[in-house]
Design a protein around this ligand. Structure first.
Ligand SMILES: [Zn+2]
Length: 262
């Protein structure tokens, strides 16, 4: 019998909709299973059935329909829905904010405020397991579009994620990495770690494999949105002014990405 102190969470990752990933996390000792967002109820039901798991929790990162659209269909008896308290989440039982801590599967998740893509966006970080589910805040080699927040809010959010240990495994919600790589290379072509990562990504996608999850240490070396304050090359290519704060630089990079047609 495994004891809770040896607790290990199993993460199941599967494609949903056109380019979302669905995630289920399961604890063998307690039998608890959580959905991280619910892009598509049918894909979750199939995966639960295939693995013989019973859903007990839904952890929503933000209110967008491709993250909450399956909530009500998956919320049968005994399923608790958690999400940002400041956002409208279908079927929500427990509202969360940054700094909260929740128990799941014999372990704990720290809730990190990663607002910017939406105002209340949350990330679920499991420190003991070294994994973080970041939704549409940080992407592999990119970050979410700034639909609701400001550059300073989003930049503070990304800095909170950047403070996590380098060996943290980052689960983001979309397979956008190839197009993110083109933009990253356009503004920091002299970053050799980025050049080799972009080659790896190309090969991974050609094999039809996902580029998610990624490693936070690698993101710090290659993701332009985490490098606003550390890459002279990006700052030069993006046309930074002397009066710009780091958050202004982030805002400029975000704007340049929105316009980029690689
Ligand atoms: Zn979103």
């Amino acid at each position: 019998m495994p004891s809770l102190s040896d607790n290990v969470l199993t993460v199941a990752q599967f494609p949903c909709l056109s380019d979302n990933y669905g995630f289920l996390i399961h604890c063998e000792s307690t039998g608890q299973t959580a959905a991280i967002d619910t892009p598509e109820a049918s894909a979750y039901k199939n995966e639960l059935k295939r693995r013989g798991w019973k859903l007990t929790h839904i952890f929503n990162t933000h209110h967008h329909l491709d993250h909450t659209g399956g909530n009500l269909e998956l919320k049968s008896d005994g399923v608790l829905v958690y999400g940002p308290s400041s956002e409208k989440i279908p079927g929500m039982d427990v509202g969360l904010k940054g700094g909260d801590e929740i128990e799941f599967g014999g372990t704990k998740a720290h809730i990190i405020d990663v607002g910017g893509h939406t105002l209340g966006h949350l990330s679920y970080h499991f420190p003991k397991e070294n994994i973080a589910f970041v939704g549409d805040s940080l992407f592999a080699l990119g970050c979410g579009k700034m639909f609701e927040g400001s550059p300073s809010q989003f930049w503070e959010s990304l800095k909170r994620l950047r403070e996590l240990p380098d060996d943290t495994t980052i689960y983001c919600a979309h397979e956008y990495t190839s197009s993110n790589a083109k933009f990253a290379l356009a503004i920091e072509p002299g970053n050799s770690a980025l050049v080799s990562r972009a080659e790896e990504i190309k090969a991974t996608r050609e094999r039809g494999e996902p580029t998610v999850p990624s490693n936070l240490g690698v993101e710090k070396q290659t993701n332009p949105f985490l490098r606003c304050d550390m890459s002279a090359e990006i700052r030069q290519n993006i046309g930074v002014k002397i009066s710009d704060s780091d958050a202004d630089v982030f805002g400029r990079i975000r704007k340049a990405k929105d316009k980029f047609r690689g």
